[in-house]
Design a protein around this ligand. Structure first.
Ligand code: KG4
Ligand code: ZN
Length: 359
C-alpha cells in the first residue's frame, strides 16, 4: 500500500511517500528556519503563509522523487493535532481536498503518535508495551505505549519543552535558532563537569519535567548574576568568564543537566511500568549525548532503548505516512469532517505550551 503523508504541524512543510508502513520512497521537508530565525522562534502567521506557498511544490516533489503520481497513491495521511492550529489546517485541508477529489481514504493522525512510530520505522518489532519518551521543540512527554495507537500519558513538562530549552539556551549563547544541534556540537568541545547546573527532578518519583529553571540558570551564569547581590563579586565573575567556562563548557554543562533528567525519568517510568523497552523520538532524540547516556544507563538496567535515525527525529511526513498505513489497514480512516486541534485530549496526552514565539 502506498501512503502519501503530509505534515504541517509547525514550521516545516513535509510530504512523503511510504510503502507498507516502512519503505520510504521519498521524504521532502521544506524548512522555514530562515524565515523564523530573525525572531528567535516560530511566528505562527508567517508559518501558515509559508505552508500555503509550499504545500503543492513539496507534494509534487515528493511524488516525483518517489517515481509515482497521485493516481497510484492508495491513502492520504496527515497530522491534524497537536500543533499550530493554522498550520495544521493547511495540511489537513490539502489532504481532505485530494481525498475528496481522487476518492482516496483519509487518515488524520496525532503528531506525537507519529513521532513515537518513527522509531518503529527504523527498527520493526519493538515489543509492546513500551515506554515512549517524546522530546521535541514543543513536547517533552513520557507515555506507556500499549500499541501503535493506544498510549497513556505518564508525565510531561510543566513549563518549557526540552527542545525549547535548547533553543533558548542557544539564543543566550549566541548559537542561533533553532539551536539544539548547535548546542549539541558546542557541547562536544566542552567539559561537561566544569559547570554543574541544577537537575530538576521535582517531587520524588515524579515523571513530570521542568526545564525553565535550567534555562534561567544558564542566563544568570552568563551574566554573572549567580554571584548573588554583591556587585564586586558579579563584576569579578563576569571578568573571569574564561575560568567560568566558555560557550562550549556552558553548553556541555547545560546539556548534561537536561540529559541526566531525561534519562533518569525515562528509566524510572520503565521500572514503574515494568517494561523492558523504551523508545526516544522527536527532534531532541537526535542529540548525541542523550543517545550515549540513554544507551549506557538503559544497558546497566537491562532495558532496551531504541531511537529513530536522525533524519526521522525532527518533523517529517514519512512517520505520518508510516503510521497512516497501519490505520488505513485496520479501517481507521477519517471523514471529511475531521478537524484540526491545537491540543489533544488528556487521555492520549496533552500538548505542552507549543508553538508560541520562543524567545
Ligand atoms: O520534532 P521537532 O522537529 O519539532 C517539534 O515537533 O517540536 O523538534 C525540533 C526541536 C528543536 O527545538 C531543535 O532545537 C531540537 O529539536 N533539536 C535538537 C537537536 N536537533 C534538533 N536538540 C538537541 N540536540 C540536537 N542534536
Ligand atoms: Zn514534531
Amino acid at each position: 500500500m502506498l501512503v502519501l503523508g503530509i505534515d504541517t504541524s509547525c514550521d516545516d512543510t513535509s510530504c512523503a511517500v511510504v510503502r507498507d508502513g516502512r519503505e520510504i520512497l521519498s521524504t521532502i521537508v521544506s524548512s522555514q528556519t530562515d524565515i523564523h530565525s530573525d525572531f528567535g522562534g516560530v511566528v505562527p502567521e508567517l508559518a501558515c503563509r509559508s505552508h500555503i506557498l509550499n504545500i503543492l511544490p513539496v507534494l509534487d516533489q515528493s511524488l516525483r522523487a518517489a517515481g509515482t503520481d497521485m493516481d497510484r497513491i492508495d491513502c492520504i495521511a496527515t497530522t491534524n493535532r497537536p500543533g499550530l492550529i493554522g498550520a495544521l489546517l493547511i495540511g489537513l485541508t490539502a489532504a481532505k481536498t485530494f481525498s475528496c477529489l481522487l476518492g482516496k481514504p483519509l487518515v488524520a493522525l496525532d503528531h506525537i503518535a507519529c513521532h513515537i512510530y518513527s522509531v518503529q520505522m527504523c527498527r520493526p518489532n519493538i515489543p509492546f508495551p513500551s515506554v515512549g519518551l517524546v522530546v521535541s521543540g514543543g513536547h517533552t512527554q513520557l507515555y506507556y505505549c500499549r500499541d501503535y495507537s493506544r498510549r497513556d500519558l505518564l508525565g510531561g513538562t510543566q513549563d518549557d519543552a526540552a527542545g525549547e530549552a535548547y533553543d533558548k539556551v542557544a539564543g543566550i549563547l549566541g548559537l542561533g535558532y533553532p539551536g539544539g544541534a548547535a548546542v549539541d556540537d558546542a557541547a562536544r568541545k566542552g567539559d561537561r563537569n566544569k559547570i554543574r547546573f541544577k537537575r530538576t527532578y521535582l517531587e520524588k518519583d515524579s515523571l513530570e519535567f521542568s526545564f525553565s529553571g535550567i534555562k534561567t540558570a544558564v542566563l544568570y551564569h552568563v551574566r554573572g548574576q549567580d554571584a548573588g547581590r554583591c556587585k564586586k563579586t558579579r563584576r569579578r565573575r563576569r571578568s573571569q568568564s574564561r575560568e567560568r567556562g566558555g560557550t562550549a563548557d556552558i553548553a556541555a554543562g547545560f546539556q548534561e543537566s537536561v540529559v541526566e533528567v531525561l534519562a533518569a525519568k525515562t528509566i524510572l517510568a520503565a521500572r514503574k511500568k515494568r517494561v523492558g523497552a523504551v523508545t526516544v523520538s522527536g527532534g531532541v532524540a537526535a542529540n548525541s549525548r542523550l543517545r550515549e547516556v540513554m544507551e549506557k544507563r538503559c544497558g546497566e538496567c537491562g532495558i532496551e532503548v531504541f531511537f529513530p535515525v536522525p533524519s526521522l527525529c525532527t518533523d517529517n511526513a514519512a512517520m505520518v505516512a508510516g503510521l497512516g498505513y497501519h490505520y488505513a489497514r485496520s479501517g481507521r480512516t477519517s471523514g471529511l469532517t475531521a478537524d484540526a486541534a491545537a491540543k489533544v485530549s488528556p487521555r492520549s496526552g496533552k500538548s505542552t505550551r507549543r508553538r508560541k514565539v520562543r524567545k
